[in-house]
Design a protein around this ligand. Structure first.
Ligand code: NAD
Ligand code: UFG
Length: 338
């Protein structure tokens, strides 16, 4: 049974991935400083899986503390989720983003190197494609990135490529996520944003719950069929399973691999609202507002590389994504605090 160290394992995607890792027979060790999550998430993972989880309250930038975790545990591979992710905040606090995301990754990789642990899966983002034509393919050059958060993802990809080029015994998967939504079907874990959500799905579900009065749709004058932006929404459990496939791949053959994790389908903001209304049986109060700075009209994946090389395809559609989001939100109106 391999030990997999999961940085940011108490977070939204990390918690779902821990469940799937345990289901697949791995032993999970979580490192999180809870800057955007709560230890309760780990209790919920234990409840879902029936397995006790070893976890450390540790900032990955704390070299000595992280080193001790590697001393104490025989780690086979690392899945690296820990980082800051709010695009708007990154424009206001760029140094925090460069420090946490880039410096944190460098500390982690240095320690991995010291301990000879050279298997790494990294959370990248479709944001690195910038303004390329859709669908986005892994072979495309990175596009123009308009915010510090996106720059950190692009730079970390480059750092990891350089690392692999310097030492081919590393084995690294760069996973470019599209728009993860949904929740585990138990309703026990899900997305738990602090304060007013930036992203559409938690915003819609909090409007449905009556916690927020109204959703503003950011623009309906884009060159798309209904005028609103199109995104490749992917169920977080599908995304989590993609990580299991990536771990299998890097453990089998060393190399550096880049994969899109998306469905290959796009839905507009209005289509997402409709799907959520159907799943929840609640009317969503919304109005059309101005465009949000930096939003691309259309973003979706070409998901064939992950299908061919990882034997991974997203199984769940938009209805299931909305049903599972609603179950989580309804059962946990205050997130992990309820
Ligand atoms: P999240 O904020 O829920 O999870 C990140 C976790 O990392 C949190 O538990 C947080 O407390 C922890 N963390 C942050 N900095 C840390 C540090 N220095 N040391 C230890 N722990 C730290 O976010 P998420 O949505 O689960 O995203 C996970 C990863 O996926 C992030 O790297 C994010 O940039 C990337 N990603 C997310 C999306 C998305 O839409 N959610 C899209 C593309 C990429
Ligand atoms: N939107 C609204 N109203 C809102 C929030 C969002 O209309 O209140 C719209 C946006 O304009 C966009 C769509 O809903 O058209 C999705 O917006 P999100 O903020 O949920 O997601 P983004 O596509 O902007 O960004 C997400 C992640 C980024 C990541 C990017 C690409 O938040 O971290 O996907 O992977 F970089």
């Amino acid at each position: 049974m391999h030990n997999i160290l999961v940085t940011g394992g108490a977070g939204y995607i990390g918690s779902h991935t821990c469940v799937e890792l345990i289901n697949a027979g791995y032993n999970v060790i979580i490192v999180d400083n809870y800057i955007n999550s709560q230890p309760e998430a780990i209790k919920r993972i234990e409840k879902i899986t029936g397995k006790a989880i070893k976890s450390y309250n540790c900032d990955i930038r704390d070299y000595n503390a992280l080193k001790n975790i590697f001393k104490e545990n025989d780690i086979k591979a690392v899945i690296h989720f820990a980082g800051l992710k709010a695009v708007g905040e990154s424009c206001k606090k760029p140094l925090d983003y460069y420090d946490n995301n880039i410096y944190g990754t460098i500390v982690l990789c240095n320690i991995m190197n010291e301990f000879g642990v050279k298997n790494l899966v990294f959370s990248s983002s479709a944001t690195v494609y910038g303004e390329n034509p859709v669908p986005y393919k892994e072979s495309m050059k990175a596009g123009t990135i308009t915010n510090p958060y996106g720059h950190t993802k692009h730079m970390i990809e480059q750092i990891l490529r350089d690392l692999y080029n310097s030492d081919n015994s590393w084995s690294i998967a760069l996973l470019r996520y599209f728009n993860p939504i949904g929740a585990h079907e138990s309703g026990l874990i899900g997305e738990n944003p602090i304060g007013i959500p930036n992203n559409i799905m938690p915003y819609i579900s909090q409007v449905a719950l009556g916690k927020l009065p109204k959703l503003t749709v950011f623009g309906d004058d884009y060159n798309t069929p209904d005028g609103t932006c199109i995104r490749d929404y992917i169920h977080v459990v599908d995304l989590a399973i993609g990580h299991i496939k990536a771990i299998e791949k890097i453990l089998l053959n060393s190399g550096i691999y880049t994969y899109n994790l998306g469905t290959g389908n796009g839905y507009s903001v209005l289509e997402l609202i409709k799907a959520f209304e159907k799943a929840s049986n609640v009317k969503i109060n919304y109005s059309i507002g101005p465009r949000r700075n930096g939003d691309l009209p259309i973003c979706y994946a070409d998901a064939t590389k992950a299908k061919n090389e990882l034997n991974w395809v997203a199984k769940y559609g938009i209805d299931k994504m909305c049903e599972d989001t609603w179950r989580w939100q309804k059962n946990n109106p205050n997130g992990y605090k309820s």
